[in-house]
Write a protein that binds this ligand. Structure first.
Ligand code: 5GP
Ligand code: ZN
Length: 111
């Protein structure tokens, strides 16, 4: 738990979010400002300020293995996954999160 971290507060239920999945290690919830018809975030409950701080292969596996599971539950087969690392890459919340977006066409390269 990192003080003043909004995603730690969501993981700890201190502030509400539209949770769509939870297990021992991870939480997924809808993005407040969706960029696609489906846009949710998967986060580890443990605080890592970015991917650069992720020191656990197990946690990496936990985070990524839930994505296809949630997608399947939602009936989604095609989606874009994004991790922004550092402000130059677009990171604005400094608690590791994976964006999962679906429901429209995506261009490449990402902007
Ligand atoms: P980043 O820019 O760090 O990759 O992504 C942060 C994401 O978190 C943004 O898409 C933003 O809309 C979302 N976000 C920021 N604050 C909140 C919040 O309080 N609740 C939810 N559900 N999403 C948030
Ligand atoms: Zn945090």
């Amino acid at each position: 738990m990192s003080e003043n971290c909004i995603f730690c507060k969501i993981a700890n239920k201190e502030i509400p979010a539209n949770l769509i999945y939870e297990d021992e290690n991870t939480v997924a919830f809808n993005d407040l400002n969706p960029q696609a018809p489906v846009h949710f975030l998967v986060i580890p409950k443990k605080h890592y300020s970015s991917l650069n701080k992720l020191d656990s292969k197990e946690m990496f596996g936990n985070i990524f293995s839930v994505i296809p599971k949630i997608a399947k539950q939602m009936g989604i087969n095609e989606y874009r996954t994004v991790i922004n690392t550092g402000s130059q890459a677009g990171q604005t919340v400094f608690h590791l999160h994976v964006h999962v977006m679906a429901g429209r066409n995506f261009t490449w390269p990402a902007g």
